[in-house]
Design a protein around this ligand. Structure first.
Ligand SMILES: [Zn+2]
Length: 314
């Protein structure tokens, strides 16, 4: 009983805390326009080699909604000037199980932009304990390994429209070296829980339409780094099958979707890019995958598959 009352009190104080800020942000919003200049939350390290996950990647059942920078106990800086919107640290509820995001902090910036910092180490930084207003590049925490995190890293998120749209931070931050083109690897056909690798020129037997997936990734300067796929498109027997851009995701009817309205399940299957549930015809089928990365480096790969249609077993 006491506990739930305390929760309500906490919630009420949180809401009261937010209200004046939302008013403030609306005022700021009308004053300034244009794309803000953000800065990297981790500085003074070899950033190009530390970006290990990119925006929009598959995380089994959801989009990865930010960028990962491999680092631990490094100062984390605010992407832009703003106000501390929310923070939650494990020490607030020592008897509760740690959340997946670990210690987190959200900062609100002008024009409805917000930034979030996850898996932070230790306790609240004195800057966010002692004040609400934060300068651009000011230290707001320390990178860590709290929550669902394997190895120390900073996961950070950039949003606009007060968080209803999440953006690929790479489009807003000073560019990092990216010399690798997207790598389009193997094509799979999935039949139930099993899958078969399809190589260009293979002969296969099918009875009906099955999901076809492809593995695509984009390195930075080395394979171990990530910059991410920005656009992907599929052409099946000369017909455009699907196309999307991973510049942003927005929340719509209970799901995160890319700008052209595709959800995670439309774009991924079994942790791989979903080309489509393709009804392969007898004879030659041509599947073309085109992918480009953030530096507009474009790769394409064509798979020719010879198909024999067989009677459906089940
Ligand atoms: Zn992450």
């Amino acid at each position: 009983m006491k506990r739930s009352l305390r929760k309500i009190a906490l919630l009420a104080s949180f809401l009261l805390f937010l209200t004046p800020f939302s008013v403030l942000f609306i005022t700021l919003h009308s004053q300034t326009a244009g794309k803000p200049k953000f800065q990297w939350p981790i500085q003074g390290l070899d950033l190009p080699s530390l970006i290990t996950s990119s925006f929009g990647e598959s995380r089994k059942d959801h989009f990865h909604n930010g960028l990962d920078i491999s680092s631990v106990f490094q100062p984390v800086r605010s992407l832009e000037s703003g106000y501390v919107l929310y923070s939650r640290y494990g020490e607030d509820n020592p008897f509760e199980e740690e959340r997946g995001s670990g210690n987190i902090l959200w900062v609100a910036h002008k024009d409805g932009y917000i930034s979030g910092y996850y898996h932070l180490a230790g306790s609240r930084h004195e800057n966010i304990r002692s004040k609400i207003e934060i300068k651009a590049g000011e230290v707001i925490g320390s990178s860590g390994n709290t929550g669902h995190s394997t190895g120390g890293h900073l996961h950070f998120v950039l949003g606009k429209d007060f968080g209803k749209t999440l953006l690929d931070p790479l489009a807003y931050l000073p560019p990092q070296e990216d010399t690798m083109f997207p790598q389009i690897a193997n094509l799979f056909i999935h039949v139930g829980e099993t899958y078969t690798n399809i190589n260009d020129g293979d002969n296969i037997n099918v009875s009906k339409a099955f999901p076809l997936t492809v593995s695509v990734f984009d390195g930075g300067v080395k394979n171990s780094q990530r910059r991410g796929i920005r656009n992907i498109e599929y052409i099946f027997n000369g017909e455009p099958m699907g196309k999307t851009s991973f510049d942003s995701i927005h929340f719509d009817k209970g799901k995160w979707k890319t700008a052209n309205g595709l959800s995670f399940d439309d774009l991924y299957f079994k942790d791989r890019y979903l080309v489509g549930i393709l009804n392969l015809k007898t004879g030659e089928n041509i599947i073309k995958v085109i992918a480009s990365d953030f530096s507009d480096q474009k790769s394409e790969r064509t798979f020719s598959v010879n198909v024999t249609r067989i009677a459906s077993g089940n």
